[in-house]
Design a binder for this molecule. Structure first.
Ligand SMILES: [Zn+2]
Length: 92
């Protein structure tokens, strides 16, 4: 019996609930992996710069940008290009 990829493919609405769970979790204990140098740090340990047009988060090891967060006009923009992965505890 063959399983077709199309049988298990849904649109993005299918992960709405899952994303709501993830982004509601306590983030300061989340563990990020830097996409540039591979350093692993809790979010509470990263370097944060708040005096630009947005908030810039840098790796404490290589100082490359992990995240950029901009809030304005009733919206958020989140650039996580510098984070290879983010590990969060499901415990609340
Ligand atoms: Zn780094």
């Amino acid at each position: 019996m063959t399983t077709h990829v199309e049988d298990s493919r849904l649109d993005g609405n299918a992960i709405g609930g899952l994303l709501s769970e993830v982004f509601a979790l306590e983030m300061t204990a989340a563990v990020s992996t830097c996409a540039h140098c591979g350093a692993v740090n809790e979010i509470g340990r990263v370097q944060v710069y708040v005096h630009g047009p947005g908030t810039v988060v840098r790796c404490p090891e290589c100082e490359q940008v992990l995240m950029r967060i901009v809030r304005g006009g009733g919206r958020y923009w989140l650039d996580m290009t510098g984070v290879r992965s983010l590990e969060l505890s499901a415990q609340t």
